[in-house]
Design a protein around this ligand. Structure first.
Ligand code: G3H
Ligand code: 13P
Ligand code: ZN
Length: 325
């Protein structure tokens, strides 16, 4: 596999992005991608809304695209940006890296930022693993995100989930001992499209802004990351259900809470599920209304257009990163 640095690809790490986001009280969007159409849509949506952006892929997304393909796809995205006459800060980030070897492989193939997710390990092992990745990454000017606390699963009752929330007292020690650049915390968000089990008419439990405030107080100016932050956009869930899908119980984080988070120490907000929903909604509608359609450009192109709209909307109305590039 080709060895290449992120600087050769025309990317930046997240350090300056986060400094500016902290000062400007917005969050940099981190959109997951798994294929060409998603990548193009994220870049074009962010160019159109003049937003800095983190494009991120998980280990399994990298395998899906093939690890040798990813740097070339991203180089292509940078070239497309230049051809469009645009220049926005662009970082390539490993989402939920789980081993040192994976983080190292990504760093050596053009990633400018990596997450090492040791949140399921003991505190001591999380520190050891994170420190190992930080040492390797910082020697190459790559930034590192770690995680402390475990995101609530959909099965957890609110009270049970409380035991997984990030403990502010641990944040100070963790950051000091690892030298990590940013930290994903658990304050009530959760991954996927079914974030909470709520009865009809019931509101999902609010995020624990008190925990976030205490972390901010103990470690002022330190960049915090919010995972599991899709709003699970009702218009897409409705379309999916209308055209043969079964996602009635899907529920996400409210826009109002995300705007509040973006105005705090939260400098990066992760969005994967909403992108998946947008694509699925468009495909279901097109196939239901045009059973004879079999040109992928027609349906994948339409999905890409919808994703561009979604990215612009998020940047402009929710993360408030629009106009900051
Ligand atoms: O938080 C996880 C992301 O949504 C990536 O999911 O591992 O299915 O690519 P994935
Ligand atoms: P969502 O599932 O809420 O989009 O969260 C994505 C995420 O946290 C990726 O790391
Ligand atoms: Zn995540």
């Amino acid at each position: 596999m080709v060895q290449i640095t992120y600087k050769e690809l025309g990317l930046v790490n997240t350090r300056e992005m986060f400094q500016k986001a902290m000062a400007g009280r917005y969050a940099v969007p981190a959109y997951n991608f798994n294929n060409l159409e998603q990548l193009e849509a994220i870049i074009i949506g962010c160019i159109q809304s003049k937003s800095p952006v983190i494009i991120q892929c998980s280990g399994s997304a990298r395998t899906y695209m093939h690890e040798a393909m990813v740097p070339h796809l991203v180089k292509g995205a940078v070239e497309m940006m230049k051809a469009l006459g645009a220049s926005i800060p662009l970082a390539l980030h490993l989402d939920h890296g789980d081993t040192f070897e994976l983080a190292k492989s990504c760093i050596n193939s053009g990633f400018s930022s990596v997450m090492i997710d040791g949140s399921h390990h003991s505190f001591a092992e999380n520190i050891r693993l994170t420190r190992q990745v930080v040492d390797y990454a910082h020697a190459r000017d790559v930034t590192v995100e770690a995680e402390l606390g475990v995101l609530a699963g959909v099965e957890d009752e609110v009270t049970a989930a409380a035991s997984h929330y990030t403990r502010p007292a641990e944040v100070e020690e963790f950051v000091k001992r690892t030298g990590v650049d940013s930290l994903a915390i658990s304050i009530g968000t959760s991954h996927g499209a079914f974030k909470f089990k709520v009865k009809p008419g019931e509101e999902p439990p609010p995020l624990r802004f008190d925990i976030l405030a205490e972390i901010e107080q103990r470690r002022p100016g330190f960049p915090i990351v919010l995972h599991g932050a899709s709003t699970v956009m009702p218009e897409y869930v409705d379309l999916i259900n209308r055209f043969g899908g079964r996602m009635e119980a899907a529920v996400g984080i409210s826009e109002e809470q995300l705007r509040r988070a973006a105005g705090s120490a939260v400098c990066k907000i992760n969005i994967d599920s909403d992108g998946r929903l947008a694509i699925t909604a468009v495909l279901r509608k097109i196939f239901a209304e045009n059973p004879g359609e079999f040109d992928p450009r027609k349906y994948l192109g339409a999905a890409r257009d919808e994703l561009i709209k979604m990215v612009r909307y998020k940047n402009e109305q929710v993360l408030l990163s629009a106009g900051q590039a």
